[in-house]
Design a protein around this ligand. Structure first.
Ligand SMILES: [Zn+2]
Length: 219
């Protein structure tokens, strides 16, 4: 299982009321608060894609944009920690607008609800590292996710090359056999597969976002 896989997260989020609860192994996945149910496969497809969008399209993007702004070129490569779970949930909400076509204002409300829900649970799912408090911060976050998913042209070319390189390297690391020292052929095969996997990353479709955010809290 890839390190960027929804099944590795400790918690699950409801796509209707934004409640966050400990991961359940059931299909469909039902929300203990509002009863909203979603097929496990659909849930995992959306969250796994959101994890990639947040990790590469937001976390790496921000880090390399900053380096470009400060030095005008990228000379240092980063190995960033896994993205904050709560930010991945917010990323999934952003996708419900970008891919699912759900109204922007409702999606912003959903993101605020996710951040509030995360603050009310005891376990650390990255809530202390997430800064999505103002409307501008939320707009800028959604924009990052949109540019990763649908508008690569808006990303600085040098930054985009680093992001793509990072995605392929991460994939290669997963594919190279870990038991013995890999042969040249095994490495070449891993590189070929990795490029294919990144290019054909499974996107959610618009239909996956049906009936989202109907039970959001009012405050
Ligand atoms: Zn719910």
């Amino acid at each position: 299982m890839s390190k960027l896989d929804a099944r590795k997260l400790s918690h699950t989020m409801c796509f209707s009321c934004a409640q966050i609860f400990p991961k359940k192994r059931e299909d469909p996945i039902g929300c203990p608060s509002c009863g909203f149910a979603i097929h496990a496969e659909t849930y995992h497809r959306i969250i796994t894609y959101a994890i990639c969008a947040v990790y590469y399209g937001h976390d790496y993007r921000r880090a390399y944009d900053k380096q470009m702004a400060e030095h005008g070129e990228i000379t240092t490569r980063y190995a960033l920690p896994d993205p904050a779970t709560v930010l991945c949930f917010c990323g999934a909400a952003a996708l419900s607008n970008i891919i699912g076509g759900i109204a922007y204002d409702l999606v912003k409300k959903a993101i605020r609800a996710v951040v509030n829900r995360a603050r009310s649970i005891d376990q650390d799912i990255g809530q202390s590292r997430v800064f999505l408090n103002t409307a501008e911060e939320i707009d800028s976050f959604i924009q990052c996710v949109r540019e990763y998913c649908a508008d690569h042209g808006a990303i600085d070319r040098a930054v985009l090359l680093e992001i793509e390189r990072e995605e392929i390297v991460c994939e290669i690391t997963e594919l190279i056999p870990k038991t013995s020292s890999p042969t040249k052929d095994e490495i070449l095969e891993a590189v070929r597969k990795a490029i294919g996997n990144v290019k054909e990353r499974k996107h959610p479709s618009g239909d996956d976002f049906n009936s989202f955010w109907e039970e959001l809290p009012n405050h």
